[in-house]
Design a protein. Structure first.
Length: 186
């Protein structure tokens, strides 16, 4: 018979669950037995530490408020991670884009900036091909950043969810769209 346990912190917040399929467990400190159903929905529970640690269900209103706050923060963090990948070389991208736009505006004539030639040589492209690709990538990036900003604002859909399942569904849908947009950034 499988045994299930919640792992909890000093405040009684459930931080995870463990199961022991063979039915033998050596509970450690800050572990309390729970049911399989409770382990599957651990976000709905906390551990009451007043006497002997015991699993208690969180009030639905308090639970929804806490859950929506955490899920919205998760959306912010996910978008911030995508932004961080781009901003790591942001100045380089902006300089390369400005040089490519200027070269294109000049009819692909004149001196070729090192921002363009460095990319063209490494990629085996002509200066014109490199400039066009740089501009296309920059335009794609701006479209992606706009989409990410709009998706991040959709976190407010999580706050208006009627229950925990709806909050998770809204979060998961937004998160999947963020992944799709992030995959388009080159």
């Amino acid at each position: 018979m499988t045994m299930y346990f919640f792992l909890y912190d000093d405040a009684g917040t459930v931080r995870g669950s463990m199961d022991f399929p063979d039915g033998t467990a050596a509970p450690m400190s800050k572990m309390v037995a729970c049911t399989a159903e409770q382990a599957a929905a651990m976000y709905r529970y906390r551990v009451d530490l007043t006497d002997t640690p015991a699993v208690v269900e969180i009030d639905p209103v308090t639970l929804l408020k806490s859950l929506t706050t955490d899920l919205a923060a998760s959306i912010d963090a996910k978008v911030a991670t995508v932004y961080a990948n781009w901003t790591r070389f942001q100045q380089e991208y902006l300089q390369r884009e400005a040089a490519a736009r200027a070269y294109k505006a000049a009819g692909y004539t004149g001196d070729v900036s090192i921002w363009i030639s460095g990319f063209a040589n490494a990629a085996g492209k002509t200066s014109q091909e490199a400039a066009d690709l740089i501009v296309a990538q920059a335009d794609g990036l701006y479209a992606a950043l706009s989409s990410l900003g709009a998706l991040r604002m959709r976190k407010y859909e999580v706050f208006t969810a009627s229950d925990c399942d709806a909050a998770f569904a809204a979060h998961d849908a937004i998160s999947a769209e963020i992944d799709t947009v992030a995959a388009t950034i080159q």
